[in-house]
Design a protein around this ligand. Structure first.
Ligand code: ATP
Ligand code: MG
Length: 721
């Protein structure tokens, strides 16, 4: 058979092969963790390319992270060698959205070099808006408004789609107008926030059919990984792109696992999976049931745990690893410090047995759990990398350096300009910055232009006028030099000539050498990119999961960012009630929140190939207060026959699991403890007195971004399809 020649098909089972070979028409691959969904997608692309069904640029493939996109690119390169004509459009929703938006920036009142704002910039911008409107930020926090924006944008709603009632009581009903002002302000700054990357695509596709038609002709095949976590905006975007053909003929393949839907809190709609067969009639559905990743003990633990969820599509999962493997362990320790010590010791022990640090990961529920682990590893001299925590690109010195580079690339980027205008100190105080702001606002322009205007007037004091004139001249000079100089060399010069490097050299605090080191690392990392624009794009998009890769290092990350990954050994610390499942999540969403937490636990366990080590601390310090902790109910839900329970017996007799994990803790009604908390009851009371979605606050504190995501006015019902 001709197919037998195709090497890449050899390693697949029958169902996987079918999923790869069914290239025409809509296809849904619905399958549990580790069944090869991602592998199917990669192989499918290889197949389309080798069979010459399409050129690289005619394939659109959406991955969950940029890292996944890079890995996929590498694998495809290996599978099909040099025959690839043009690489597929491979990336996250955001990165592909950004690429499209840059091409049509003028249709969104932007220039193609627009800046992508991160949360920090976004909050600063909102603060300015609130300030200009005399809205009391203590009463109506910028962060709360940012959450509202997020919810709207995740649902694909433009300012015109949001009625004043939708913004609830925020700033006494002014939320909707603020949304419009915020968008207008972004245009002036030549900037887009993350939500815009897709929202503006959607708007352009709807308003300019010829643009959409172009992409219909271009993308012959579409593939989406981790489909269970797509939100409404992503869904609408995909639907628009798939509309080039009748729905029943669209070449769209989505893969997902309803049990791994863990972004509901960000507006993901697991219903998208259920809806797929309706939207694309005649879609083929393929289920994969063989797990190639984990030992049978690990799979059994994960399957038994997730069976406690009610809302499931239901799937079977069998191991193909052919090994029972080690039992899972649950270790009960005194506190989180001891937990970190334990984990450190175990890692060293495995290392002595010849296992690599790269094969081990620690997955935490909350990022505050990371610090103690990091400190311990530093003490031990253990290499580690943190992914998704306090990130390299979020460090102050890195953000400052990037701000300089952003202003060079896009002088309209006022937020970046503001960030560094007085860093290092140049004697430009708040009042000067305020004057710049007022001028910019009055002239409806950006800070740099406003500064130029001010320099022509008498409004600035002589000293400040000189300083600002020199600063702008420097920026002009740097921009000019960018033509003749590699951008990383320019970056070094900028840091030196601006006095920024000198500022940290003069700083005597213990962390300044590290900061200087980070700046060097930043410049080094720029060498990988051809242009400054390319580098800045990378920064905006890639921050979420990338750190500087050490050679061999243990990975520390949140459970949320571990999706799709696998490690021989997985440590899961902090399995305590309140921390995991998170109290907040249960308070906000009740049973749905608990089920999402359980899916997160399922994701965590199924990352492990050979070994899964859980732990719980009997005492934990949360925001400075010691609290004694109860074991997570998820521990109780694990099948005792595959779990070994250990107590380090340090001091306190608290919770020993004499008889095994199961049965030791009895939650007669697992929800009783949730419903009876005062927070929950107050939230309930407020919720029933409100109509529609939107954020929920209790006594001024935001407790829920959106209480009834999707159940109120979703765009599906408002004729936006
Ligand atoms: P997740 O739901 O966690 O994203 P997944 O369904 O995407 O998992 P993959 O990551 O594609 O699963 O595959 C899991 C592991 O099993 C990988 O190491 C992959 O290489 C391996 N694998 C997949 N299919 C096969 C197969 N037919 N034979 C051998 N190994 C396989
Ligand atoms: Mg996967």
């Amino acid at each position: 058979r001709a197919q037998a020649k195709l090497d890449y098909l050899k390693g697949l089972n029958d169902e996987q092969r079918e999923a790869v070979l069914t290239t025409e028409g809509p296809l849904l691959v619905l399958a549990g963790a580790g069944t090869g969904k991602t592998r199917v997608l990669t192989t499918r692309i290889a197949h389309i390319l080798t069979e010459r069904k399409a050129r690289g640029s005619e394939i659109l493939s959406v991955t969950f992270t940029n890292k996944a996109a890079r890995e996929m690119k590498e694998r495809i390169g290996k599978l099909v060698g040099s025959t690839v004509e043009g690489m597929p459009w491979l990336g996250t929703f955001h990165s592909i959205g950004a690429r499209i938006l840059r091409r049509h920036a003028e249709l969104a009142d932007l220039k193609s070099d627009f800046t992508i704002l991160d949360t920090d910039d976004q909050i600063r911008l909102i603060k300015q808006l609130l300030d200009a409107e005399n809205i009391d930020e203590k009463r109506w926090p910028a962060r709360q408004f940012a959450n509202m924006l997020d919810t709207w944008k995740n649902r694909g709603l433009l300012p015109k789609d949001v009625s004043p009632a939708d913004s609830g009581s925020f700033a006494n009903g002014r939320g909707t107008r603020l949304y419009a002002d915020y968008q207008a302000r972004l245009k002036v700054l030549n900037a887009a926030d993350f939500g815009d990357l897709l929202l503006e695509n959607i708007r352009i596709f709807r308003e300019y059919p010829d643009v959409l038609a172009h992409y219909h002709r271009q993308f012959k095949y579409m593939l989406v990984d981790e489909y269970q976590d797509s939100n409404v905006a992503q869904y609408l975007w995909l639907r628009l792109l798939a509309q080039g053909k009748p729905a029943s003929e669209a070449n769209i393949c989505v893969v997902g696992d309803d049990d791994q839907s863990i972004y509901g809190w960000r507006g993901a709609e697991v219903d998208n999976i259920l809806r797929f067969e309706k939207d694309f009639p005649g879609a083929k559905v393929i289920k994969l049931e063989r797990n190639y990743r984990s030992t049978s003990n690990i799979l059994k633990a994960a399957s038994t745990l997730i069976a406690n969820n009610e809302s499931r599509l239901g799937k079977t999962l069998q191991t193909d690893v052919g090994e029972t493997g080690e039992k899972l362990t649950v270790t009960s320790v005194w506190d989180s410090e001891e937990e970190a010590r334990q984990i450190g010791e175990e890692i060293e022990q495995y290392q002595r047995q010849g296992e690599s640090l790269n094969s081990m990961a620690i997955l935490v529920r909350a990022s505050h759990q990371m610090r103690e682990l990091e400190e311990r590893f530093i003490t031990l001299g253990l290499n580690y990398r943190v992914i998704g925590g306090p990130r390299f690109y979020e460090r102050k010195e890195i953000r400052d350096a990037i701000a300089y580079l952003r202003v060079i690339a896009n002088p309209a980027d006022s937020l970046s300009f503001e960030r560094i205008v007085n860093v290092p100190k140049r004697g430009l105080g708040d009042s000067t910055v305020q004057l710049l702001h007022n001028t910019a606002r009055a002239a409806n322009t950006n800070l740099v232009s406003a500064t130029r205007m001010l320099l022509e007037t008498e409004e600035l004091k002589p000293k400040q006028r000189t300083t600002l004139r020199e600063l702008l001249a420097q920026f002009d000079d740097w921009s000019a030099r960018l033509q003749g100089l590699p951008h990383y060399e320019l970056a070094e010069q900028v840091l030196d000539e601006s006095g920024y490097t000198a500022m940290w050299q003069a700083d005597k605090s213990p962390d300044s050498p590290g900061r200087l080191e980070n700046l060097k690392e930043l410049v080094r990392s720029m060498e990988e990119f051809e242009t400054l624009g390319g580098f800045l794009e990378h920064i905006s998009l890639v921050m979420d999961r990338d750190t500087v890769e050490a050679e061999d290092a243990v990975t520390i990350m949140t459970l949320h960012s571990a999706k799709g990954l696998e490690y021989d050994t997985v440590f899961l610390p902090g399995w305590e009630e309140g921390l995991f499942p998170s109290q907040r999540s249960m308070d906000e969403l009740g049973r749905a929140g608990l089920e999402e937490e359980r899916r997160l636990a399922y994701v965590g366990i199924t990352r492990g190939k050979k070994r899964v080590r859980l732990s719980m601390a009997q005492n934990r310090r949360i925001r400075g207060l010691w609290q004694s902790a109860l074991p997570s109910r998820f521990i109780d839900e694990l099948p005792p026959e595959v779990v070994d329970v250990k107590d380090t017996g340090s001091g306190y007799g608290g919770y020993t699991y004499g008889g095994g994990a199961a049965g030791r803790f009895n939650f007669a009604d697992p929800f009783e403890s949730v419903y009876n908390t005062p927070g929950w009851q107050r939230a309930k009371a407020q919720q029933s007195s409100r109509k529609g979605g939107g954020p929920l606050t209790i006594e001024g504190e935001l407790v829920a971004r959106s209480v009834d995501i999707g159940s109120d006015r979703s765009p599906y019902e408002t004729g936006q399809r």
